[in-house]
Design a protein around this ligand. Sequence first.
Ligand code: ADQ
Length: 488
Amino acid sequence: MTGRLVVVSNRLPANVATNKAGEPDIPAGGLASAIFSAMRSRPGSLWLGWNGKVESRDRLGRITRSSLQNPELVGIPLTQGEVDDYYHGFCNMVLWPLFHSFQARVHIDLKEEETYRRVQTRFAEKLLPFLRPGDRVWVHDYHMFLLAKELRRLGWAGKTGFFLHIPFPSHDLWQLLPDPRGFLEALLEYDLVGFHVQGYLDNYVYCCRRQLGARWDGSLLSTRKRVQRAGVYPVGINPEEFAPPEGASAGNRPRRGVLAKVVRGRRLILGVDRLDYTKGIPDRIRAYEHFIREHSEWRKKVSFIQIAAPSRTAAAHYQEEKRKVEALVGRVNGALVGPDWVPTYILSRTFPRTTLARFYREADVGLVTPLRDGMNLVAKEFVAAQSPHSPGVLLLSRCAGATEDLPEAIIVNPYIPEEVAEGIARALSMSLEERLERHRALLARVRTHSVEEWGRRFIGDLEKTSSSMTPRLFSGRHDGEFADRLQP
Ligand code: ADQ
């Protein structure tokens, strides 16, 4: 492999410590570890993002640089106004709801869009002096649509890729952006763009055809000015991290774990999500209530535990969602509760990944029913954690990208409580033979589409993009050329 890998995301990974050898000792799992491992094979790599610090305008030059060498973490501060307008504003009030098809939640403020643009200009200016010819830049997610355009404007001609972690919306929704055409032109400045599933790629290609008259040959998008590669890269997990321990009981599902004690040995339905309106937790609770009412044979024999990790807690919609979920759990429990039986529990906290893996293993049913989700890694973690001798059953929303990857789950429409309720009943009474058959197929897919494979394929395809795809008037030839123009 040639060149360093330079990753850019809105936030730097938090709490990265170093081990004795001075290498990053990051918490296992997730995208951060996949990206770190891709960087390790490229000495001198770096990762740039917001370091979580808020500074006044005259102190924005205060970049933080980690003592880590591979990768070095380069942290950029934001002003309070930028946090409000760029992050809480345009990202969380426009892009997040719009791309998840929650049109009625979109609130567009042109001042916030302006700040979104300005933040990316500054990210590009801060990044440029660090770049060397031969570097590969990999930009992540909707916070950074415009970064390649800004880098190109400053003279960067190197290979630059973009991966979108959330759905790409249909054209009907895309055109509600303040500058739909300009945003697509900016996205075309990347040499490679990647999506979780074919449907998002199809939406992107259609938007480019419709707005820019682009042509598509199945892997390359072309306009008069640009040629870009675009593809599908389903993000995965590290299955080893969630796998049951060697020699795990070959018999029944674990009945003595923490959650089994909570539900007093009853059958267990489990939901695990960040608390966000896209995850559909209230709809899920209502569907569970419907299930209990329609299937009285399961009364007192099953309980539902929803683990809801706090997330974006400063946002008003988080507070609203939290109130809604707690009120609903109270109402459902009040209506259904019987002596010695609590139908629903909500645990509002985060857990270490090893604990989550044990929780998944204890559950008879994994209830993963987001109203919209780019991929959904919980579904894959649930599959990886199951005992191969007596696996639990995954119930998965057809509105999650993961459905394309995990078709052997019970697939349900999360907007139809009756359908989710019937799915729960089916999952709880599924024969061991069918559970084993479905689980074998699901696990094979989770193993094949691992997070390592995701990183390898994306970087491999970025390498394949040709520099002739990015004809430039200016292209940097040595370190100093960029560094002279802008100081870090
Ligand atoms: P998220 O919206 O965060 O990610 P998801 O893919 O489900 O959604 O990942 C959530 C992660 O948080 C999982 O790894 C899960 O284990 C962890 N988590 C959830 N609850 C937790 C808890 N209580 N304690 C500890 N950990 C918890 C975005 C997109 C997704 C896409 C990913 C990756 O919205 O659609 O799958 O990026 O691209």
